[in-house]
Design a protein around this ligand. Sequence first.
Ligand SMILES: [Zn+2]
Length: 424
Amino acid sequence: MQVPERLYYADSFLKSFPASVADVRELSRTGGESVWQIALDRTAFYPTSGGQPSDTGTLRAVSPSGASLDIPIDSVDEDEHGQVWHFAPRPLAVGAQVEGHIDWERRFDHMQQHTGQHLLSAVFLRELSAPTVSFHLGESLSTIDLADGPFTQHSLERIERLANQIIAEDRAVSVRNVPRAEAESMLAAGALRKLPERGGAIRLIEIDGIDRNACGGTHVRTTGQIGGLLLRGTEKVSRGVRIEFVCGLRAVRAARADAAIIGHATAALSVGAADVPAAIERLKGEAKAFAKERVRLREELADYHAARLAVEVPIEKDLRFVDRLWKDRDPDYVKLLASRLTAAAPSTIVFFSSETSNAVFLVLARSLDFSFDCGRILREALSQLGLRGGGSAEFAQGEVPAHQLNALRDSVIAAVYKALENSR
Ligand SMILES: [Zn+2]
């Protein structure tokens, strides 16, 4: 099959074009919905390739009666034979005359990011000897992976400044085709950044005085049309460093979003923008000090609480059995209180439970002057209900659904008294 003429090679500013339908295939039918792939004799639609997403747009077919039909093109791909397939929810007849319309806002944004990538890769190579190994154009952010790094913040800011100087100089971005042999000698002489494997004529993209690169993509006409470049961040990757960047209106949108975030932060902290980092550090320091103080106060509270419980529940017949149920008491505090009480008060057994919205947390613990095994008693009582839990001889914990608490409590208390009976 004939491969289509790619109109964007000669004119990447072509927004609409006439063409005829060369081939139509039904791709899939999921839930009664088909996707159709349409080939044209010529196209200005850029297919997904080289890290850049495809164009979108419409194909307009006009019938002899003058009625027109717009078919949306959701994505465009090229196959291994060089055919360009336009994906659409509806088919067209082979031979139909159509007019293609590119979603220009999307395309121009892609050209800004992609040409910005040529420029950024060239500046990284020239200034830091860092070659680009891959490029990805994302929905909101673009990235290049460099086979080098890491770089200091100072270096990155210098690269960003140099790239923006070249943008402001509005240098020409030109396209020309040369025979492969000529491109190879350019590469050997260091006058070409990269050369693809394939044969035939090579399409060279030159940024005047800055960069020469073989590329089949779409580019703006001058560096000024890149409209500005902003580095957004770096990330370590297996082969080197990933640089995130945005160009043109994306840079404005990114700065606008940052300004909104800073605006929220200054209002919430009641400080100026420049003082936000210091205010956050101060809050972090305070939070750490509060957390430490809270731990100290809880321990102190648990000691007082344990002393009060020991007074409230006196020893009767050589035993102090402290049995308490709370609502929504933090399990960590319940455990702390149980361990403080059994450590401070002799002849003491505690059965504490705290009911939360989901379940009841419980602790069975004893002072060291008893010898029965809390872990075993609680484990056996829980397993009778098909539940799990346990612990050491002195301290055990578990969880029961609220409706099973009384059954568990009865069986634990019976087992404790039996164990005490046996040890006499
Ligand atoms: Zn390119």
